[in-house]
Design a protein around this ligand. Structure first.
Ligand SMILES: C[S@@+](CC[C@H](N)C(=O)[O-])C[C@H]1O[C@@H](n2cnc3c(N)ncnc32)[C@H](O)[C@@H]1O
Length: 274
């Protein structure tokens, strides 16, 4: 599986993350903090949590956190990080669709569901996903999503407009599999300091992405009965250098070079259950 293959390479660049977290550091960015609001005493599920840095940062804000991810390697790395950081979190290895259905059936309910930075593109069915999230939220609970903007997917790495705007969950085969985006982003995604780690990683497992437009994400959440209370578009991408010649502004905000007009590179949604 492509995610299992890449986790070691991604983690190899993150430096002493447990020490950084233990000493009060956070891997969260301002945008998700603003959308999430107060977390003290809340039950929170972090969907597609990867290696758990954000899950631990959320727990440090007072939430009781359950992290869910399909990758055995990511979950094992997340458990290890939580143990070294001394934070109690439950990490569950599961496909997000199976997990949402099972949790709902078992009557598990959460005040907050959260997912961020490279999650929608792995989902083949937005309706099932959004319905599943609505099914595990308490009345008054909220879902927060921060992800890369599909508008950015019309460009190749050199900012040439070469692709259609994503729609319909069109599958896209990535022969090269999940890449080492932490290495490609240099210091952008390593708040504890960048370490060289694994060099020139090549993934032997291919994977499929699913191309969705922003309207489809919002519509799926609305049709699941969630009330959209915020939809924010940001003209920068936090941490990730997806394109060449990106410029870095404060707080690790990556923006296009000066000769490329501004477009939204990231969006955030808050949706609430009545
Ligand atoms: C780019 S990462 C998300 C980044 C993450 N928020 C973080 O803090 O590092 C995408 C994650 O989605 C997970 N994933 C992909 N498909 C999934 C599925 N069907 N169910 C659960 N997790 C999935 C991958 O294993 C991977 O860890």
């Amino acid at each position: 599986m492509s995610w299992n293959a890449v986790v070691g390479a991604l983690d190899s660049h993150r430096g002493d993350l447990s020490r950084y977290l233990r000493e009060g550091g956070s891997t969260l960015f301002r945008e998700e903090r603003d959308l999430l609001g107060e977390l003290e005493g809340r039950y929170l599920v972090h969907l597609q949590c990867n290696s758990g840095g954000d899950s631990i940062s959320l727990a440090r804000l007072g939430a009781t956190v359950t992290g869910v991810d399909i990758s055995d390697e990511a979950v094992s790395s997340a458990r290890d990080l939580a143990r070294k950081t001394g934070v109690r979190i439950t990490f569950e290895r599961a496909d997000v669709y199976d997990w949402l259905q099972k949790a709902s059936r078992e009557g598990r309910r959460f005040d907050v569901a959260f997912a961020s930075y490279g999650v929608i593109c792995w989902l083949p069915d937005l309706r099932g996903w959004a319905g599943g999230i609505a099914g595990i939220l308490n009345p008054g609970g909220r879902f927060v999503l921060v992800d890369f903007h599909p508008a950015a997917d019309i460009f190749d790495r050199d900012w040439n407009h070469v692709h259609d705007y994503p729609s319909g969950g069109e599958p896209l085969l990535l022969d090269a599999g999940v890449g080492d985006y932490v290495a490609a982003s240099n210091e952008g995604l390593t708040p504890a300091g960048f370490v060289d780690g694994v060099r020139d990683f090549e993934n032997s497992a291919s994977c499929h992405l699913f191309r969705w437009g922003l309207g489809e994400v919002v519509t799926a959440l609305a049709e699941a009965g969630l009330r959209i209370t915020a939809l924010r578009e940001y003209p920068y991408a936090n941490g990730e250098r997806k394109f060449t010649r990106m410029r870095e502004l404060r707080e690790k905000r990556m923006v296009p070079p000066e000769d490329v007009p501004q477009i939204p590179l990231m969006y955030g949604i808050r949706a609430e259950k009545s």
